[in-house]
Design a protein around this ligand. Structure first.
Ligand SMILES: [Zn+2]
Length: 330
């Protein structure tokens, strides 16, 4: 195959490691749920004046889920979309406390786990859950969520995260929750280095034992930190369009992904919130090809990082990594 006929990115096996469940709702589903309830149909922007404006639409999407069936439908559609984009594994993030109107957190989690199993059986895409705690809430609540998550280690929950506005709380206070999660074998995957600078990434590494950092792109501001990420093979779960939409970087031409890859940092490519930014996982791979000029070897390396650093079982990882090699040979 020549450079003028790039390989189809949908056929590149990949894992989606940084995607928030409600933020991955299909626009048509959001409109339908809002119409059913007689709620005003929201306007979906794809760029936001600030994090609060983005958060408002996210909360609207979450609030549109009123019944258990809505949540089951959402999981099914998100996993189906992952299959369409060529993912063999997806790790949707869920903040369980956000769905208290549906029932106790443990009941919501069990509903999600079962919905994930059904979606996986229907599509062949493996599903592992990332339980995300909200950094604007208390570290005590985070610890409770970690304890709940660890009850399902090996039974559908694979990772533990920390989400919401990085300006609101530094990572350090959440160390006990992450220690508990890590002891139980969960992957530590907090957000850092998005609105927070390199210190937030260092905090995620030192206090939370991050195996992966969701975003982490502002690490580029500190060369020693970049070298450390490469040395310790911490994976950054990068979402280029999200970073542009939320003005983390002024534009794609200023995005640090190519520099991070050149420095040897493992990076996965992700969509973060397809509903809110207008792009899915496959689109983001296309963005990386078109905006950054990443060649197929570099794109395959990102796909390999996504699989390697995922919570997928060993046999799925081996199949996906073999498929990536086959894709490059095709
Ligand atoms: Zn995120």
């Amino acid at each position: 195959m020549t450079a003028t006929t790039p390989r189809p990115l949908a056929e590149l096996p990949k894992a989606h490691l940084h995607v928030h469940l409600e933020g991955a709702m299909r626009p048509s589903t959001l409109f339908e749920l809002c119409a059913r309830q007689g709620d005003p149909v929201p306007t979906i922007a794809t760029s936001y004046s600030d994090f609060a404006a983005f958060q408002k639409l996210y909360v609207t999407a979450r609030g549109a889920i009123r019944y258990e069936d809505d949540l089951v439908r959402l999981v099914g559609e998100v996993v189906q979309d992952a299959a369409t984009d060529g993912a063999l594994w997806i790790e949707p993030a869920i903040h369980l406390a956000g769905h208290r109107p549906l029932g106790p957190e443990i009941a919501v989690l069990e509903l999600l786990l079962e919905a994930g199993r059904q979606a996986s059986a229907a599509t062949g895409v493996g599903v592992g859950w990332l339980i995300a705690t909200d950094r604007t809430l208390s570290p005590e609540l985070a610890l409770e969520q970690a304890i709940l998550a660890t009850r399902y280690t090996g039974d559908g929950v694979v990772s533990f995260g920390l989400a919401n506005d990085e300006a609101a709380a530094a990572p350090e206070a959440f160390a006990p929750a992450f220690a508990r999660a890590r002891e139980a074998g969960l992957i530590s995957a907090p957000h850092a280095g998005e609105h927070g600078g390199p210190d937030s990434v260092r905090g995620a590494l030192d206090a939370l034992g991050a195996d992966r950092v969701q975003h982490g792109v502002r690490s580029i501001e500190d060369s020693a930190l970049v070298a450390r990420l490469a040395d310790e093979q911490v994976c950054l779960d990068v979402c280029p369009t999200s970073n542009v939409s939320l003005s983390v970087v002024p534009g794609f031409d200023a995005h640090p992904l190519p520099l991070l890859l050149d420095a040897g940092v493992a990076c996965s490519i992700n969509a973060d919130d397809p509903l809110l930014f207008g792009v899915g996982l496959l689109d983001e791979y296309t963005v990386c090809r078109q905006q950054f000029g990443l060649d197929d070897t570099a794109l395959a390396a990102c796909a390999r990082a996504s699989v390697h650093h995922s919570g997928a079982p060993a046999d799925l990882k081996a199949r996906a990594l073999g498929g990536i090699d086959d894709w490059l040979r095709s």
